[in-house]
Design a protein around this ligand. Structure first.
Ligand SMILES: [Zn+2]
Length: 246
């Protein structure tokens, strides 16, 4: 009898432990919360709650006829036909929560979703009329660690209804650069010089769109654009980014 009671309590304990584990796992897999405020999402909300989507800080660059701050960032550095970025990125803002999840949460569906969102918001912009898309390449080591290149995911979402090729292998990042935020302009330029290699002949394209997740100093983009323009100076280049650092 004593033996049976012992077996019973052991089984009961095991069931409780399993139940706790499965509850935890279920919470991890099924709980759908806002990436910024952590409120639970409704069935119609994705990644952010409605309030956070509405509170994202827009640049409205797409409606601006005068040169934007993003245009001005590249003045005297490289020739860019059109530039656009949708949201302002700053410390602890909602856009930062989106970008953080995109970079560090293995959240590939978010990248494609943000690309589709970008496409919806710039339907009328001249930036939309390009012959090909080049996502800003990541160094292979970084891409491996992250699981994907977030700019490639944005491009995938963008191009869903555009019918233009995405040239994921057109350029190659040779060096894994360190963070550039604390360097001055010359230091940043030294850090990114000869960073990219062209692996595809781009002569066949008239207008190429470079896609990035966040533009901060523009030094990496400058280096990428210089490497393209050195080999194919007649190709026009535009830039589209999800966010621009305020
Ligand atoms: Zn929220």
């Amino acid at each position: 009898m004593l033996k049976n009671q012992k077996i019973y309590s052991t089984v009961k304990g095991l069931v409780y432990t399993l139940k706790n584990y499965s509850d935890g796992l279920g919470h991890l897999i099924f709980t759908n919360t806002c990436l910024h405020c952590q409120n639970e999402l409704t069935f119609s909300e994705r990644f952010l709650c409605w309030f956070c989507w509405e509170s994202l800080e827009r640049t409205f660059f797409e409606h601006q006829t005068a040169p934007t701050r993003l245009d001005q960032l590249f003045w005297g550095r490289v020739q860019i036909k059109h530039t656009c970025a949708l949201y302002y990125y700053s410390k602890d803002n909602i856009c930062q929560s989106l970008i953080r999840s995109l970079k560090y949460d293995f959240n590939a569906p978010l990248g494609v979703f943000l690309g589709e969102h970008l496409a919806n918001e710039i339907k009328e912009h001249p930036i939309r009329f390009v012959d090909a898309i080049i996502p800003v390449p990541l160094h292979p080591k970084k891409k491996f660690a992250r699981g994907y290149n977030q700019s490639e995911l944005l491009a995938k979402g963008l191009a869903k209804n555009w019918n233009v090729p995405i040239l994921n292998k057109a350029t190659f990042k040779k060096r894994n650069t360190k963070s550039q935020t604390k360097k001055d302009r010359f230091g940043r330029w030294e850090n990114v010089q000869n960073m990219f290699e062209l692996h595809l002949d781009l002569f066949q394209f008239k207008h190429i769109l470079i896609v990035d997740d966040v533009v901060t100093t523009g030094a990496t983009l400058e280096s990428l654009i210089v490497s393209i323009q050195q080999k194919t100076p007649e190709v026009q280049i535009s830039l589209l980014s999800f966010a621009f650092t305020k």
